[in-house]
Design a protein. Structure first.
Lengths: 207, 721
């Protein structure tokens, strides 16, 4: 009898729990799935999921962060300028929305990344993104000097900037090495916190 | 025990079944399709139940399917890139088999009609015909002058010894310059007759320029021909220092950025003496080479997401003087339009100018935007004339408030009022004349988007002048219709008023001068191509006439023409070119013209072409420009036909190169500009002595002009803002 009641309560309990949003579980599953996506379609699907979570959890900045991240990565799968612009604009919009909730190093670093990508679509006419990208990254560094992604993105941006504009491989390497150092000691605050970047770093350093 | 067990067991089963059935009942399948208004599938749209994680993305056919445990009436959120987000209430218990959701395309530059006739917006990314600050600084042949760069746009005339902008048959005084909506009455440095002077501000201080060749908004008034509206930069992005050194002078700019505020300090010094002495041979006999110093400061405070307070001030001191222009100084025998009130045959002039401008804008509630402004200008000229020393003091103040009500995402309604105070005093030795004026204006303007294809702008402006003791009412009307994704047609009508020139108002009270303008425009715009053509007709009336020593408003005139513009950023690899052509047919009877004639500031045909290419191998942008204008009329007392003589045609070929490099890790641009490369003799016109015997040729300051400079930005990798 007692056994049945326990089973009953457990069943009822899980059923009720399912009806509620399970933020941490859904998030960590979605973040884990991000690693394996290999197409624009699935990235956009993930982006949509994160946006849905963001809409349902208006106080959390992480869903916005990952939604922006997925939009940014979707842009790499597109050849069409118009579409890339739309994806990056959306990404930037999500980052800005996140910054309103929490003015933190991760969001600012991502902002610096997205803005640099905006610049790269049409550099002669978009040089003003250079300044705002730099400003975002500098602030990101100030807020958390231990964040390895700040140096990774700074280095990456420099890597793709012509030497005449103060970029180039040499200038980039200094920052990428610094990113590597920071990654070695980096401990994510929790399982949902951004952890990406090691792969990107290795690829850049190998080039 | 057995019975109990028997009793409980089925109960458990029932409960379990209930739970399970609740699951079955509660798990609703939501499916459907998302399309645009024309039933074309939208892939990657996100459909979700608001407040839950339940949802899905649409596939390539626009289809979606997901399950939810939510019950009864819920809000379905539908989002897609480039479309307006839609939300609709659905009852999950009575869901149709398939939902059809139609989204509205988001309004953007590509799919929405714009109010464009007569407007050249530049500086804002991706909009229209963009000349950013560096474009302005490096327009071949224009020596980094804002007005110079604008003169290369269709509808504007090249300055042949005049200063400022002459638009569609209009005199320089018919174009007014506004900074953040506030009038800048004296935008040009000290001027001497027959020689162009520079704008007193630098292109780098402005985020965007809006050059309206006709049909400008009812927000502005007191300009018969054109409005140049400049927007100062918003918060500097970073703390940085810019140094711009030119062979004619230099500027230093310090940007200081705090979290929500910024300070921009600028100091500049221009002196043409070294350039005219060592680099270029000047054709003018200078008593004082053009020289100007200025300091400026701008403070910007962000008060909220939209809220912005700006305070701008500058002071400048400029001077120039010419040796022995005996012919030019006898103004009485020179009735041509060259004689404008800033130059009354001066030999030497020194101008000191202080300008303060303070503006504030913010949203009040969700739909109202409020903009207010306050400006003050004090200008003092000391002029050495052959007959004595003259002094001119020009004071003006402006107060302005505008409220805009936004209706939906596109339409708006605007109301505003402003008041200008002017005090002008001209003195010659002990004698002086002065007048004081308070001009008060109210205006309203509505931008009505019937849909994304058609927009109507209607405006009404009314002014009262205390000195003229007169009212005016000027209606404005502009209609644009989008033909397809890349092209639109537009037309506008407007009535514009302006006070007569100060030199006349000092003598007597007169009426407003007026012009009625009609414009028809066709525009084709694609990412890399831009074509526009504009036909216009202007009817001048009530122009001030000086006849037999009596001043009246009996003058009139007309201007009609065609402006064409073509820009192509694609056909030539890594290069872009733009071509503009203006045809102008104009005559007027005004000032001391005895009969109606083609004024001296109008070329029938103006043509220019600019090309630039970025050579990435050497980090250099090279450019070339060719400017052509048919010769203008000049006054020859020996010719019975008034203003019947024409100067030779004007040709100017110029080359420039900007080399981008990094010095001590700071972004550096080195540039070189050669104006009139071939060195042909350019003649603007002639001036005759009384009786028509002797004449003097009006020439540009130099025959060939070489200008070079360097721009270094410290602490920032951009110099475009």
């Amino acid at each position: 009898m007692k056994k049945y009641i326990i089973v009953l309560i457990t069943l009822l309990g899980t059923s009720l729990a399912q009806a509620q949003n399970n933020y941490r579980e859904t998030m960590s599953a979605a973040i884990a799935a991000l690693d394996s996506v290999k197409s624009k379609e699935s990235l956009l699907e993930k982006a949509a999921l994160f946006e849905r979570i963001a809409d349902a959890e208006p106080k959390e900045w992480l869903p916005l962060y990952y939604a922006a991240y997925a939009n940014l990565y979707a842009n790499f799968w597109s050849q069409e300028e118009k579409e890339r612009d739309a994806l990056l604009d959306n990404s930037l919009k999500l980052v800005e929305k996140g910054l309103k909730l929490s003015d933190n190093s991760e969001l600012l670093a991502l902002k610096g990344y997205v803005e640099y990508m905006k610049l790269s679509i049409d550099p002669p006419n978009r040089l003003s993104y250079m300044g705002s990208s730099q400003a975002a990254l500098e602030k990101a560094e100030k807020l958390d000097p231990q964040n390895p992604r700040v140096y990774l993105i700074q280095g990456q941006n420099l890597y793709y900037t012509p030497a005449a504009f103060g970029g180039g491989k040499e200038a980039a390497t200094v920052l990428l090495e610094k990113a590597k150092e920071k990654f070695d000691t980096f401990e994510p605050k929790d399982e949902l916190a951004p952890q990406w970047g090691r792969k990107e770093l290795q690829r850049l350093l190998a080039q | 025990m057995e019975t109990k067990k028997c009793y409980i067991y089925p109960l458990f089963i029932i409960l379990l079944l209930l739970l399970k059935s609740k699951d079955l009942l509660g798990q609703t399948t939501v499916k459907g399709v998302v399309t645009d208004q024309r039933r074309r599938a939208i892939p990657f749209a996100s459909v979700s139940i608001k407040g839950s994680y339940d949802g899905a993305s649409t596939d390539s056919m626009g289809r979606f399917l997901f399950q939810t445990r939510q019950q009864s009436t819920q809000t379905l959120l539908v989002k897609a890139l480039n479309f307006e987000t839609d939300s609709l209430n659905v009852n999950l218990n009575e869901l149709p088999d398939s939902l059809h959701i139609r989204l509205m395309e988001k309004a953007n530059m590509l799919n929405t009609v714009t109010i464009s006739a007569g407007n050249f917006v530049s500086g804002i990314q991706g909009k229209g015909i963009a000349l950013n600050a560096l474009d302005i600084a490096t327009t071949p042949g224009m020596a980094a002058d804002v007005f110079g760069a604008m003169q290369t746009l269709p509808g504007a005339q090249l300055a042949f010894g005049e200063s400022g902008l002459m638009v569609r048959g209009g005199a320089p005084a018919e174009t007014k310059t506004f900074i953040d909506g506030m009038l800048m009455k004296n935008p040009i440095n000290a001027q001497v007759q027959g020689l162009s002077s520079r704008a007193r501000f630098s292109a780098f201080n402005f985020r965007s320029t809006d050059f309206s060749t006709s049909g400008y908004s009812a927000q502005f008034g007191q300009a018969l021909s054109s409005v140049l509206s400049l927007q100062t930069n918003d918060l500097p992005k970073k703390t940085s220092t810019s140094i711009r050194l030119l062979s004619v002078g230099g500027e230093v700019q310090q940007n200081i950025r705090h979290n929500n505020s910024g300070l921009v300090l600028t100091a500049s010094l221009y002196d043409l003496k070294p350039s005219y002495t060592y680099i270029n041979k000047s054709q003018i006999d200078w008593q004082q080479h053009p020289k100007s110093n200025s300091i400026g400061a701008q403070f910007i405070q962000k008060t909220s997401a939209i809220g912005l307070f700006k305070y701008y001030m500058d002071y400048s001191d400029s001077k120039m003087g010419i040796q022995n222009m005996a012919l030019a100084t006898d103004t009485a025998i020179n009735p041509t339009g060259v004689r404008d009130d800033r130059s009354l045959g001066a030999i030497a002039i020194r101008n000191r100018n202080s300008y303060i401008n303070s503006t504030y804008q913010d949203m009040v509630g969700e739909h109202w935007k409020l903009e207010t402004g306050l400006a003050y200008n004090y200008a003092k000229d000391h002029i050495a004339l052959p007959l004595g020393l003259a002094q001119r003091i020009d004071q003006s103040a402006q107060l302005r408030a505008v409220a805009t009500y936004f209706i939906g995402t596109l339409s708006s309604l605007r109301f505003g009022t402003e008041s200008f105070y002017t005090h002008r005093k001209d003195a010659l030795d002990e004698l002086f004349r002065a007048y004081q004026e308070q001009l008060t204006a109210a205006f309203t303007e509505a931008d009505v988007f019937f849909n994304r294809k058609m927009v109507l702008r209607t405006g009404l402006r009314s002014e009262y002048s205390s000195y003229l003791r007169r009212f005016n009412v000027s209606p404005r009307l502009a209609l644009s219709y989008k033909l397809n994704a890349n092209s639109q047609v537009a037309a506008n009508y407007g009535l514009y008023y302006q006070n007569p020139a100060d030199k006349y108002l000092l003598l007597t009270r007169l009426g407003f001068e007026a012009v009625q303008g009609y414009v028809a425009n066709y525009e084709f715009k694609k990412t890399d191509y831009n074509f526009r053509s504009e036909l216009y007709y202007k009817r001048y009336s009530q122009l001030v006439r000086e006849h037999n020593g009596i001043l009246s408003n009996n003058g009139d005139g007309y201007a009609r023409g065609l402006d064409l513009f073509w820009r192509d950023r694609k056909t030539l690899k890594n290069a872009e070119y733009r071509i503009s052509y203006s045809f102008l047919d104009t005559e007027r009877l005004y000032m001391d013209y005895p009969v109606s004639a083609v004024p001296t500031f109008a070329s029938k045909h103006t043509f220019n072409v600019f090309w630039k290419k970025y050579l990435s191998a050497i980090n250099t942008q090279v450019g070339a420009g060719y400017l052509f204008a048919t010769g203008r009329s000049y006054y020859n007392p020996n010719n019975a036909h008034f203003l019947g003589d024409k100067a030779p045609n004007y040709h100017n070929t110029s080359l420039n190169a900007n080399y981008i490099t990094s010095w001590f890790k700071q972004l550096t641009v080195i540039y070189l500009n050669v104006d009139n490369v071939v060195g042909n003799r350019q003649v603007f016109g002639y001036q005759y002595a009384a009786g028509g015997g002797e004449r003097q040729t009006i020439l540009p300051a130099t025959r060939r002009n070489i200008l070079f400079g360097i721009i270094v930005t410290i602490g920032d990798k951009t110099f475009y803002d």
